[in-house]
Each structure stands twice: as C-alpha cells, then as structure tokens.
Write a protein that binds this ligand. Sequence first.
Ligand code: 0WD
Length: 257
Amino acid sequence: MGFLQDKKVLITGVASTRSIAWGVAEAMHREGATLAYTYQSDKLKKRVEDVAEQTGSSLVLPLDVQSDEQIAALFGELEQQWGGLDVIVHSIAFAPRSELEGSYIDAVTRGGFATAHDVSVYSLAALAKAARPLMAGRNGAIVTMSYLGAVRTIPNYNVMGVAKASLEANVRYLADSLGPEGTRVNAISAGPIRTLAASGISGFKTMLDESEKRVPLRRNTTIQEVGNAAAFLCSDLASGITGDVLYVDSGYHILGM
Ligand code: 0WD
C-alpha cells in the first residue's frame, strides 16, 4: 500500500510530460493517491486529458487562476465529485517574456510585476482559500514550487525571483492560518529543469550546463526527484512539517562559490 493511499489530490500546472507537476502526479499516483487535474486553456485540454489517463484519472477541469469564477467552479465540482480534498499541488507561474531578460531594473514594469505576482503568488492563496472548507480537518497538505531566485539574484530571472520571494512568504502565512485546521503548506525549491516555462527564461540552457558542473551531486535535478519529495511532503509521513521550503536542487543552494 502506498503512503498516499485514499488521498484525493488536485494537480495544477501540467503543461506537458516535462512539467514538474507531471513528476509530482506520477509519484503521487504510484503512492496510491486519486488525482484530478486542471488545464489552463482549451489548447492544453487534450494534452492534460491524455496524461491524466496515464494515472487512471478522467477528472480534468478548466482553471485559469486569474479567473475567480473558474476557481469557484473548480472547487464546486470537486465537492460534488469527492466531497472533500486532501492535497493541492500548485505548480503554476508566469511572467511576460520581456520581463525575463536583461537587468531587472530595465526589464521590470508595473504591468509585468502585477501579472507575475497575480498568476504565480496570489493564485496559491486563492486556491487555499477556495479549498479551505473541503480540506479542513483532514490533515490536508498544499505544496507549491519555488526557486533559488527567491533568495539570491539569478541572471534574467528578475521579477520572477521577486515573485518567488513573495510565494515563500505566502507559504509561511498560509501555514500559520491553516495550521489550526490541520492543513500544512510547504514549498519545494527545485533546481533548474528544462520545461516549457523554463524555456522563457533567457540563458536557461547555460544555467543548466553550469549548475550541472558545480552542484554537489554533479547532475541536474529531475521532475521525478521533485515528485518524490512532493509526495512525501503531502503525506502523513511529513505531519510535523509546515511553512517550510525544502530544497530539491542536487545541493546547489549550499554552495558559496
Ligand atoms: O527550472 C524549472 N523549470 C523550475 C520551475 C525550477 C524551480 C521552480 N519552478 C517552478 C515554476 O516557477 C512553476 O511555479 O515550478 C512550477 C512549474 O513549472 P514548470 O513545470 O517548469 O513549467 P511548465 O511545464 O511550463 O508548467 C507551468 C504551467 C504553465 O505552463 P505554460 O508553459 O503553458 O506557461 O503553469 C500553468 C501553465 O499550465 N499556468 C497557469 N495555470 C493556470 N492559470 C497559468 C494560469 N493563469 N499560467 C501558467
């Protein structure tokens, strides 16, 4: 029996089988969880339905996190289908591409800053808020995906780093709010992984090549490794852990030089 047996899990942020969320979905499925997925736009619907099927799931629902109506409809549907919810995997981020190149001060704009924070940060609070009645009292867990750019400057990462810093603070505040109801909230800070979102960051390939040479484990992180850590964090095995940021980055964050 897997360590997520009988857990009902909502997976957001699958855009392809390269997505970090897909690594999480596979690990959670392996550990016995029942999964529902969201897709951001009709363009991605078929692709998400196809991968959902690989984990025995046909519950695939629309979710653009900038729409309050879609958020309400999503949890309304989950309540109907499941009656409750144990886990949310938040694996969503976006900033306009023009924000992700050059010097931060040149690239940042009011609009880009607002969009990055709305999609990548507020969305976590919005989902937690809407899911609250479904998750309360079930030893639930929420996990989101962060990056080292939250605490160090990374070339071209720019406003997304500022948003990740806010995301990590969001995790702490949500953990404090929801702890009394038994719901834990954590982040994983993943090492760089080649995905659709990452391809929008200027110089990403160089970042991957460099980190592979320097990290203690001498190889880049995989979505399977992030998936296994997320499965653990959202299981009862991690019942004492909340408000934390767990680095799954082959050890990159410990390096001083
Ligand atoms: O190196 C990396 N890939 C790292 C990613 C290192 C550390 C952290 N992360 C984070 C990302 O910042 C993000 O929070 O992991 C999370 C997942 O990213 P990913 O797996 O790298 O990216 P991807 O496969 O592209 O999935 C992110 C998805 C979007 O994909 P596209 O490529 O279409 O932007 O987030 C979803 C969308 O499916 N998304 C939204 N979902 C709902 N509403 C929205 C939205 N408005 N915007 C983006």
